[in-house]
Design a protein around this ligand. Structure first.
Ligand code: NAD
Length: 337
């Protein structure tokens, strides 16, 4: 059994913790939090040992009557692998903590790529993380783009990817984010930083990305154009994407017209928190004009990186290869819609 600790128990951390608990070969040894908010209370109710991430704040947990198992240093010592899911930039500050205890660590997409030995996407470069000490699971958008690029590159070869990312303004619980009544080119410079981030997984890929932010919280939506090297038909591409375990081609008859119905669909399916771990690609959007493939996909920013974190744990611990790990993760979570 792999002992896993999670430092930073927010949107991503709590989902990764639950996913670790669901795995047959992993044990969650604890989670670390900075403050005794509603998520801390739930962690304890779930039976997850709760550690204080900041020693000086430990007394706040006592005052809130929330039991602590100890300080984060003890959690790092006990874990075989730590998953750092703290806000952007804090992971970099925590790196020395993991090094002091000789515990390999995963970081999230908000950290710089040069913090780590390798950036990670299970479908594209699982083996690069074998035995690494510091691995970055790329962001939600980069994960969504990588899952699309990998099979297309293998099957046809790619001349160039052009993607416009219509990004949610904030997650549902991020009451301080926006815009609330605007459409923002964001970043205003072109190309956006997302393309170079995808190149941390596919160094030779030609890709330009543009970003916007809109008043929505549910999901991101990508408008994609891939210029392919090989001949392809829309039906062939659809079949290829349907054969991938983490790309869900939305059948037309479901009559799902946007993120709202997608989330409702996930809730109806009994998905925890209404999570959609897969890229959600509209079947009717998959089109080929000459050498150009076009499609729309929705990406659930809060959850698509969760199975990737689980796979990255096995990759650094070298307990499975990509296919074994992806299959185990998918089965344990209940992937497939
Ligand atoms: P979040 O704010 O929801 O959760 C972060 C948690 O870490 C919070 O509970 C916060 O209190 C805690 N924290 C703050 N400082 C800490 C410290 N020093 N030690 C331990 N815990 C600390 O953030 P999030 O959305 O889960 O993002 C975490 C990381 O995941 C970021 O790198 C982000 O870029 C990345 N990410 C976020 C999303 C998303 O859409 N939410 C998607 C993919 C990747």
């Amino acid at each position: 059994m792999l002992s896993v600790g999670v430092n930073g128990y927010g949107t991503i951390g709590k989902r990764v913790a639950d996913a670790v608990v669901a795995q047959p070969d992993m044990e969650l040894v604890g989670v670390a939090k900075t403050r005794p908010n509603y998520e801390a209370g739930r962690a304890v109710k779930n039976g997850y040992p709760l550690y204080a991430a900041i020693e000086e704040r430990a007394e706040k947990f006592d005052a809130a009557d929330i039991d602590l198992a100890g300080l984060v240093e003890e959690l790092v010592e006990e874990a075989d692998v730590m998953v750092d899911a703290t806000p952007s930039g804090i992971g970099a500050e925590n790196k020395s903590l993991y090094e002091e205890h000789d515990t390999p660590a995963l970081y999230q997409g908000g950290e710089d790529a040069d913090l780590v030995d390798t950036s990670f996407n299970a479908r594209a470069n699982f083996a690069d993380a074998a035995g690494a000490d510091h691995v970055r699971v790329v962001s939600c958008n980069t994960t969504g783009l990588s899952r699309l690029v990998a099979p297309l590159e293998e099957e046809y070869g790619i001349e160039k990817v052009r993607a416009t990312l219509v990004r949610r303004g904030g997650d549902p619980a991020q009451t301080d984010r926006g815009p609330i009544n605007d459409i923002l080119p964001n970043p205003r410079t072109i190309p956006s930083h997302h393309g170079p981030d995808v190149q941390t997984i596919f160094p030779d890929l030609a890709i330009d990305t543009l970003g916007l932010k809109v008043p929505a919280t549910l999901m991101h939506t990508h408008s994609i154009n891939v210029s392919l090297n090989g001949d392809a038909t829309a039906d062939e591409v659809r079949e290829l994407l349907e054969s991938q375990s983490r790309t869900f081609v939305i059948p037309e008859h479901l009559d799902i017209d946007g993120a709202g119905k997608l989330k409702e669909f996930a809730l109806d399916a009994g998905r925890p928190r209404g999570d959609l771990w897969e890229n959600c690609i509209w079947g009717e959007s998959i089109s080929v004009e000459g050498d150009d493939l076009y499609l729309f996909q929705a990406i659930h920013q809060e959850s698509d990186v969760v199975p990737e974190n689980v796979d990255a744990i096995r990759a650094v611990a070298e307990t499975a290869d990509a296919d074994e790990s992806i299959e185990t993760t998918n089965d344990a979570l209940g992937m497939g819609l």
